[in-house]
Design a protein around this ligand. Structure first.
Ligand code: PMP
Length: 395
């Protein structure tokens, strides 16, 4: 019997993978499934990015690069952070990583000691908890719900802090709730973070996908926060570049140096070709994607409001809706009693071919996550299927 390391022992078959397998097997059986579980946009990298990648291959820009990333890409990232976010960094403070996911893992790995507490507002992207545990940290969950629009408040934050608290995980706009903090809301949290000398990991990967509000990075709020925040971002969501695997961290100098040293031993650099693509992508963001996402959001909201799902919070960012399913629990649909979010998602998939994600994957069993980063036609069809489920008719 092989015994696994304590740190990885708890990793089990991810429920997301199980759901994906089920969707794939239904598709294999010829079922027409609309899959709104995915965390990636339906658009692709800017043309300039793919051209740069092709050129990189044709000119043999295919060897190792500086393990923290090629300088022109890091320079472009610095320029973006300065112009768009008001954050000044030197290229030496940027580490280009294999997706935001690795940027996050690097950061946790260099900061967290066994037993350190990381304050984790939840519902949250499941990889936060997994990565915290992988580095020996302890997640301290703050359970959020609709009453605070899924946002942390000063009172909730203060109550969660203990002597062991080291880091606050912030994700705005959020996966899965779409909650996006305004400047005022962040300003209310800032004094508590400073008083307790917390480090902030600010995952800003959905930052460009905001609607009718301005994104503000918490690192801009004070000198303390600039010196104690690690900004995580990447190319997956805003540029439709999930498979290119490029993300980055922007960190205070001493932390950046340690992150760079860590990454150099783990993966060295991101693919040279992907870096060339990212260098161009960052100069060519297509804001029409945001308008299209907003159309999809509006369309789905209209449909959801004609069902028994309770959608009280309209998110300001990301591409997810997170309706509450309490009105559906204990009720019977298609002869089956819905006892949980899992039951609901499963029946929805079976009866009308619509795949959405159970909220319990994100520590929120009263909700479901619906990704609307699809074509408007698919979203309209999804809305129709959702309504047909509730009217009891089979699609
Ligand atoms: N943060 C959040 C909140 C995410 O949802 C994701 C992707 N699902 C990531 C980080 C990581 O994205 P990537 O590694 O593709 O950059």
């Amino acid at each position: 019997m092989i015994s696994f390391s304590k740190r990885t022992n708890y990793l089990s078959d991810s429920p997301t993978l199980q759901l994906n397998d089920r969707i794939a097997s239904l598709k294999d059986q010829g079922r027409d499934i609309i899959n709104l579980t995915v965390g990636e946009p339906n658009f692709y990298e800017p043309e300039q990015a793919s051209e740069a990648a092709i050129e990189a291959i044709n000119t043999h820009f295919t060897h190792y690069t500086n393990s923290s990333g090629i300088l022109p890409l890091r320079q472009n990232i610095c320029e973006k952070l300065l112009i768009e976010n008001g954050l000044e960094y030197a290229p030496g403070q940027i580490t280009v990583s294999t997706g935001g996911k690795q940027a996050l893992y690097n950061t946790l790995a260099v900061l967290v000691n066994e037993g350190d507490e990381i304050i984790l507002p939840t519902p949250a992207w499941p990889s936060y908890e997994a990565q915290i545990r992988l580095v020996g940290g302890v997640p301290h969950f703050i359970q959020l719900d609709e009453t605070t629009k899924f946002k942390l408040t000063p009172k909730l934050l203060e109550a969660a802090i203990s002597k062991k608290s080291k880091i606050l995980m912030l994700n705005s706009p959020s996966n899965p709730t779409g909650a996006t903090y305004s400047k005022g809301e962040l300003e209310e949290l800032a004094p508590i973070i400073e008083k307790h000398e917390l480090i902030v990991i600010s995952d800003e990967i959905y930052e460009r996908l905001v609607y009718e509000m301005e994104f503000v990075s918490i690192a801009t709020l004070s000198e303390y926060l600039k010196e104690n925040t690690i900004v995580i971002n990447g190319f997956s969501k805003a540029f439709g570049m999930t498979g290119w695997r490029v993300g980055y961290s922007a960190a205070p100098k001493v932390i950046a140096k340690q992150i760079a040293a860590f990454q150099s031993q783990i993966t060295a650099s991101v693919s040279s070709v992907s870096q060339k693509a990212a260098e161009q992508a960052i100069l060519n963001f297509d804001s029409s994607h945001v308008d299209r996402l907003k159309f999809c959001q509006d369309s789905l909201i209209t449909d959801i409001r004609q069902t028994e799902l309770d959608l009280r919070i309209i998110p300001d960012g990301s591409f997810y809706l997170f309706p509450n399913i309490k009105p559906v629990l204990s009720k019977t649909y298609f002869g089956k009693i819905i006892n949980s979010d899992l039951d609901f998602c499963s029946l929805l998939l079976d009866k009308v071919g619509l795949a959405i994600t159970p909220g319990s994957f994100f520590n929120a069993p009263n909700n479901v996550r619906i990704s609307y980063a699809k074509s408007l036609e698919e979203i309209q069809e999804a809305g129709k299927r959702l309504r047909s489920f509730f009217s009891g008719a089979e699609a």
